[in-house]
Design a binder for this molecule. Structure first.
Ligand SMILES: Cc1cc2nc3c(=O)[nH]c(=O)nc-3n(C[C@H](O)[C@H](O)[C@H](O)COP(=O)(O)OP(=O)(O)OC[C@H]3O[C@@H](n4cnc5c(N)ncnc54)[C@H](O)[C@@H]3O)c2cc1C
Length: 385
């Protein structure tokens, strides 16, 4: 990737900035975190506007309905949307950032035609049914069973921590299709319609007060065999593709958002006198350096992903995920110091962000698991027991 901007890229940035300046003031107010149907409608509405303006799936391949933009254009898009304070992907997170890209890389032509356009148009929301009550970090020990019956699988089991399950139309679901095979070999990756008979969703309340994820129960749910992405029992390989998108590129827009927050923290500290504390200033300075380094790592990851076959990010995503989730926690711990007693109020946006930042070292694979991956698969250290 060339880190200087061509005239064409500068022009792309200017057009995007002008478009954002025009559309953002027209947006309705964002619904409260508890209003899930309202948030779904808001997030899909924003996706529709991106689609109509030609900015949906900017970095997706053209034959998957995307714009086939260069890595630099993709990063410019992230920088400009964050800088302008545009809505975050929200309910579209799974569809746009890892289920859609997995189907683009691994699905058949029919599967791509069925599932990708509604994600880009903002018509359908996806969720992720990977974790189970007894299979989180040790994902391959999942037990949800899918038994073949004619042209269908009949599925029974339960998934947990399923973000956005309440408002999702589809779920990227991992099921065990061969209970006799070694645990990594008997898994398949399916698209589950969330309105299928036998699917029930029980919301789970988080520390921050919202019920953003749920437990999903599957009671003899019939899903067509045609909804399987990849070969039967080859779902672990497809899952690695999904996880590399989730860890490698799905959070990149948030790095820019954190850098913006850092600037706001410095301004708030100057305004309320906290800036006089040299320890706090050093901490802000170090965070500035860390997020700068993370943005460079992001540029590298995006560039590598878009150079690879199918645009699949590599194992470097685990380095990013590990460093980013810790830097994010430190950012919001620092925000609490800047706010002082105000940081105890749930009315403060930064307080809610601080509470939710705790989950970043768990979601999409814990830090311990990322360290194991980095140790074994990047550094070549011996495998633990
Ligand atoms: C905000 C949030 C959103 C989420 N959204 C989704 C979603 O949409 N869909 C979904 O499927 N899942 C989702 N998850 C679940 C998430 O992927 C799991 O919580 C995560 O994989 C950890 O699994 P676990 O909770 O079962 O912890 P466990 O696996 O029980 O781990 C407990 C502790 O033991 C450590 N540990 C476990 N094994 C090892 C090992 N081999 N070496 C070293 N340490 C180890 C872990 O690091 C952790 O600290 C979400 C989680 C969060 C917090």
């Amino acid at each position: 990737m060339d880190l200087t901007y061509t005239e064409e890229e500068q022009d792309f940035r200017a057009r995007l900035r002008a478009w954002l300046a025009k559309v953002l003031p027209e947006l309705p107010a964002r619904p409260s975190p508890d209003d899930w149907p309202g948030r779904r409608a808001y997030d899909l509405g924003w996706q529709r506007r991106l689609y109509e303006a030609g900015y949906a799936g900017l970095h997706w391949p053209v034959d998957a309905g995307g714009r086939g933009a260069t890595p630099t254009q993709h990063l410019i898009f992230l920088e400009e949307t964050e800088r302008a304070g545009a809505p975050y992907v929200g309910a579209n997170f799974v569809g746009l950032l890892h289920a859609g890209p997995t189907i683009a890389a691994e699905g058949t032509a029919q599967q791509r035609a069925r599932w990708l356009p509604p994600v880009l148009r903002g018509d359908e929301v996806w969720c992720q049914g990977f974790s189970e009550p007894d299979a989180g970090s040790d994902l391959a020990s999942l037990r949800t069973r899918a038994v073949r019956d004619g042209d269908d699988y009949v599925i029974s089991g339960s998934k947990i921590w399923t973000s956005h399950a309440e408002v999702a139309d589809w779920c990227e679901l991992l099921v065990r299709t061969d209970p006799g095979a070694p645990k990594h070999r008997g898994i398949s990756w399916l698209a589950l319609p969330m309105d299928a008979p036998g699917v029930s969703v029980r919301p789970l309340r988080t520390l921050a007060g919202s019920a953003e994820f749920a437990q999903v129960f599957l009671d003899e749910v019939r899903v067509p065999v045609a909804n399987r992405v990849g070969a039967e029992n080859d779902g672990w390989r497809v899952t690695m593709v999904t996880l590399s998108f989730e860890r490698g590129t799905a959070f990149v827009g948030e790095v820019v958002a954190c850098r913006r927050t850092l600037g706001e923290l410095a301004r708030t500290a100057k305004a309320n006198g906290r800036w006089d504390d040299p320890v706090l200033r050093r901490r802000l300075g170090r965070l500035y350096g860390e997020f700068g380094a993370l943005w460079r790592l992001t540029q590298w990851n995006v560039s590598e992903a878009e150079r690879s076959a199918g645009g699949v990010p590599g194992i470097g995503g685990s380095v990013f995920k590990l460093a980013y989730s810790h830097a994010r926690q430190e950012l919001y711990d620092t925000a609490a110091e800047v706010l002082g007693a105000r940081s105890l109020s749930l009315e403060e946006e930064w307080t809610l962000d601080r509470l939710s930042s705790l989950s970043y070292t768990i979601a999409a694979g814990t830090s311990q698991i990322q360290r194991n991956i980095v140790a074994e698969r990047i550094l070549g250290l011996p495998k633990g027991r």
